[in-house]
Design a protein around this ligand. Structure first.
Ligand code: SAM
Ligand code: SF4
Length: 337
C-alpha cells in the first residue's frame, strides 16, 4: 500500500502547489502534424536526450516531492525504443511515492502494439490526438499518418478499459473546422471524451497561424447549434473547461490558452526531452535538470533541492499572442503537449 504523505512540497511564490508533471520522452515522431512540426525537422542528438533510466529517476524524485500525476508525452512517446520498460517502472512509483495517476498523450499510431504493456503498467488515462475522420485529410494534416491505424488504436484503448479516454483535436480554419460536429459525434458514439485545442504559437511552422486560428468560442457555438451542452464545474487546474453532452456519457473540453486565462490555478510543470524543467508552457523560465542528474548520478538530494528552488522562478502566467508568431521558438514536440 502507498503510505506516502500527500502533503505537497512544491509550492511556488504565488502559493500554487505543483502536483502534476508532463514529461516529454522524445522529440521524434512518426507524424508531422502541420500545426506542430515543420516538414523538415532536426531532432535532438541522442546524447542530449535523457535516458529512460534518467527519466525514471527524475520522475521518482518529483513524486517523492508530492507530485501525484504524471503524463508521458512527446513527440510521439510510443516511438521511443523500450517505452514499455519506462511505463512499467514509472507505474511502480504508485506503490512507493505520492504518484496516483499515470497518463499518456499519443497520436495512437502504435497503440495496438503497446496497449497490453500499458495496461500492465497501470496506465490510468490516455489522450489520443484525432483531427479528422477523413483518411485523405488526415494524411494531409499529419503529412503521412494512417487514419485506420489510429482508429484501431482507439478501439484497442476502449477494449483495455482505461479510466479515461479522450480525443484531442486541434481545429484550424479552412483545414478541419467543418469536422467540429463530426468529431464530437464520433466521440459520443464511442462513449469517450473529446477536447478541442486552440492552436498555440509554439515553434515555426509552414502556415500563418493567425489565419488558421479558430477560437474555442467559435467551436463551442458550432457544437451548440446541434448538441445540448451543460457546463461542468470540473477543473483539472489546467487550461481546459468542460461541458457534459445531454443524453451521453461524453464530456467535451476546450483548451483555450488565448481566449481564457487559466494561469491562476496552474498546478503543473513540464520537462523537455533533454531534461529542461519548464515552469510555464508559454514562457522560457526553465532549469537544466539533466546537468544536475548527470553530475550527481543516483543522488536525488541535489535534484530535490534544485526542483524546490525552481518554484521561485515559476512565472505568474503566459503571454501568448497569436499575431506575433513565433513567440516561443520551441516546437510543441520538444516541450511535450
Ligand atoms: N504525439 C502525441 C500526440 O500527438 O498526441 C503527443 C505529443 S503532441 C505535441 C500533444 C498534443 O499537442 C496533441 O494533441 C497535439 O495536437 C497538440 N499540439 C501540437 N502542436 C500544437 C500547437 N502548436 N498548438 C496546439 N496544440 C498543439
Ligand atoms: Fe507528432 Fe503529436 Fe506533433 Fe503530431 S502533434 S507531429 S503526432 S508530436
Amino acid at each position: 500500500m502507498n503510505t506516502h504523505s500527500n502533503q505537497p512540497q512544491l509550492i511556488d511564490r504565488f502559493g500554487r502547489a505543483v502536483t502534476y508533471v508532463r514529461m516529454s520522452i522524445t522529440d521524434r515522431c512518426d507524424f508531422r502534424c502541420v500545426y506542430c512540426m515543420d516538414e523538415e525537422m532536426t531532432f535532438m542528438p541522442r546524447e542530449q536526450v535523457l535516458t529512460l533510466e534518467e527519466i525514471v529517476f527524475l520522475l521518482r524524485t518529483f513524486c517523492e516531492l508530492g507530485v501525484e500525476k504524471v503524463r508521458i508525452t512527446g513527440g510521439e512517446p510510443l516511438v521511443r525504443r523500450n517505452v514499455d520498460w519506462l511505463f512499467k517502472h514509472v507505474g511502480e512509483l504508485k506503490k512507493t511515492t505520492a504518484l496516483k495517476e499515470l497518463n499518456l498523450t499519443t497520436n495512437g499510431s502504435q497503440l495496438t502494439k503497446y496497449v497490453d504493456s500499458l495496461v500492465d503498467a497501470g496506465l490510468d488515462r490516455i489522450n489520443i490526438s484525432l483531427d479528422s475522420l477523413n483518411p485523405e485529410r488526415f494524411r494531409q494534416l499529419t503529412r503521412n499518418g494512417d487514419l485506420s491505424a489510429v482508429l484501431d488504436g482507439i478501439q484497442a484503448a476502449k477494449t483495455a478499459g482505461f479510466k479515461g479516454i479522450k480525443l484531442n483535436a486541434v481545429i484550424m480554419k479552412g483545414r478541419n473546422d467543418d469536422e467540429i460536429l463530426d468529431l464530437a459525434r464520433f466521440a459520443i458514439e464511442q462513449g469517450i471524451d473529446i477536447s478541442y485545442i486552440e492552436e498555440m504559437p509554439l515553434g515555426h511552422v509552414t502556415h500563418q497561424r493567425n489565419e488558421s486560428f479558430c477560437s474555442s468560442d467559435e467551436v463551442l457555438a458550432t457544437l451548440q447549434s446541434e448538441l445540448t451542452l451543460q457546463a461542468s464545474i470540473e477543473t483539472t487546474g489546467g487550461p481546459a473547461r468542460y461541458y457534459h453532452v445531454a443524453g451521453s456519457r461524453s464530456k467535451i473540453g476546450f483548451i483555450s490558452p488565448h481566449s481564457h486565462n487559466f494561469c491562476d490555478s496552474c498546478n503543473r510543470v513540464r520537462v523537455t526531452t533533454e531534461g529542461r524543467l519548464l515552469l510555464c508552457l508559454g514562457q522560457e523560465h526553465s532549469m537544466d535538470l539533466r546537468s544536475i542528474i548527470r553530475a550527481n548520478p543516483g543522488n536525488s538530494d541535489k535534484l530535490k533541492q534544485a526542483i524546490i528552488a525552481s518554484m521561485q522562478i515559476k512565472p505568474k502566467g503566459h503571454e501568448f499572442d497569436i499575431n506575433a508568431q513565433p513567440i516561443i521558438f520551441r516546437h510543441m514536440s520538444v516541450t511535450g503537449g
